[in-house]
Design a protein around this ligand. Structure first.
Ligand SMILES: CC/C=C\CC/C=C/CC(=O)SCCNC(=O)CCNC(=O)[C@H](O)C(C)(C)COP(=O)(O)OP(=O)(O)OC[C@H]1O[C@@H](n2cnc3c(N)ncnc32)[C@H](O)[C@@H]1OP(=O)(O)O
Length: 302
């Protein structure tokens, strides 16, 4: 409920033509990352959408610095941008990528799960569920151009796509590393991974909290393609052509056929899953583990 209200308010206030660059005025052309001008960009503070309606797709750039952690606001803005693209018949596909150098997404925002009250935890988890459901079941072709590290929730976002292109940089590890934080990936994270890499690889990866460097990620099927770093965006665009060449209705129905049973499991147990999350995350031991993990991240710098 709170999410729906929040989304309506944000939709009105944030989804405006978005033009980058100092002093830029909405509706005017501005420079975009990677060169060129963006006449029809739109978005919100944390999500930049570069549409190419003639080609039938848009690039969705995550820019919630420093690490694209999936805060409540950021999740909400991503959902709104996705909804806008889904409701426009000109778009058949999106490419999700990052505007934060070296980071695709650091996953769920640990600050949303630490030191807050149960109402907040419930609202946050509902938004996380919503993001996964919407991306996983989107009728659009969703390609991830993974140009940075993507642990946990960042990996889940990539796994929710139809195809993953990863930049060949040993630092850009990907995986569900929840156990390393002392927390447990919920069943729908697990199911999404199993559907991608199979049961045995998922079982080992989840228990050990493995983060796979590019070559390994490709070998186990976590990603579909590894390319030199400067070719991630072009490779994603190239592969899109193959997906867009398939009759849309046939591809969409097939996607639903493949994914709906997994999504239905969460849809049937959504409230119970929220309660479970709130109970789990509120435990003293879990709060302590998360605080320690955040502290370690800070100490790494000094
Ligand atoms: C029943 C179910 C129950 C529970 C399920 C819950 C599921 C959770 C899934 C998740 O997604 S949990 C999050 C997992 N994410 C991680 O483990 C990633 C942690 N971050 C990193 O490893 C690194 O930050 C990085 C490799 C992504 C980037 O490294 P670097 O470029 O060196 O940046 P810093 O480490 O210095 O980080 C900068 C800044 O950002 C903060 N930060 C990093 N990650 C997060 C995060 N996930 N949430 C919130 N904040 C994060 C970090 O603390 C630094 O903050 P400062 O204030 O010190 O600048």
């Amino acid at each position: 409920m709170a999410l729906a209200v929040g989304m309506r308010v944000l939709t009105r206030s944030l989804l405006r033509p978005w033009v980058r660059g100092p002093g830029a005025t909405p509706g005017r052309t501005g420079p975009v990352a990677g060169g060129g001008d963006c006449v029809r960009c739109f978005g919100s503070p944390r999500v930049l959408v570069e549409p190419d309606p003639a080609a039938g797709f848009a690039v969705m750039k995550m820019r919630n610095p420093p690490v694209n952690s999936l805060s409540l606001e950021f999740l909400t803005e991503m959902l709104i941008s996705l909804e806008k693209l889904e409701s426009d018949k000109a778009f058949h596909a999106i490419i999700i990528t990052s505007d934060c150098p070296g980071i695709f997404s650091a996953g769920l925002d640990l600050k949303e799960m630490c030191g807050r009250d149960p109402t907040h935890y419930a609202e946050y988890w509902k938004a996380v569920q919503e993001l996964w459901l919407r991306f996983y079941l989107s009728h659009l072709v969703v390609i991830s151009a993974i140009n940075g590290v993507s642990p946990a929730g960042g990996c889940l976002l990539a796994l929710s796509s139809d195809y993953r292109v990863l930049a060949d940089n040993p630092k850009y590890a990907i995986g569900l590393n929840e156990t390393l934080l002392g927390i447990v990936a919920p069943f729908w994270f697990k199911d999404t991974l199993v559907n991608t890499v199979g049961h045995r690889v998922a079982e080992r990866a989840l228990q050990l909290g493995l983060l796979f460097p590019p070559a390994e990620a490709l070998r186990v099927g976590m990603v579909d393609q590894v390319v030199p770093e400067d070719q991630v965006q072009s490779a994603a665009r190239s592969v899109l052509a193959q997906w867009l060449a398939i009759p849309g209705h046939a591809r969409q129905l097939t996607k639903t056929l493949m994914r709906k049973p997994t999504a239905d499991r969460l849809l049937k147990e959504r409230d119970a899953d929220i309660q479970n999350f709130v109970r789990f995350i509120s435990r003293d031991a879990i709060q302590k583990a998360l605080r320690t993990y955040l502290e370690k991240l800070k100490q790494k710098k000094s």
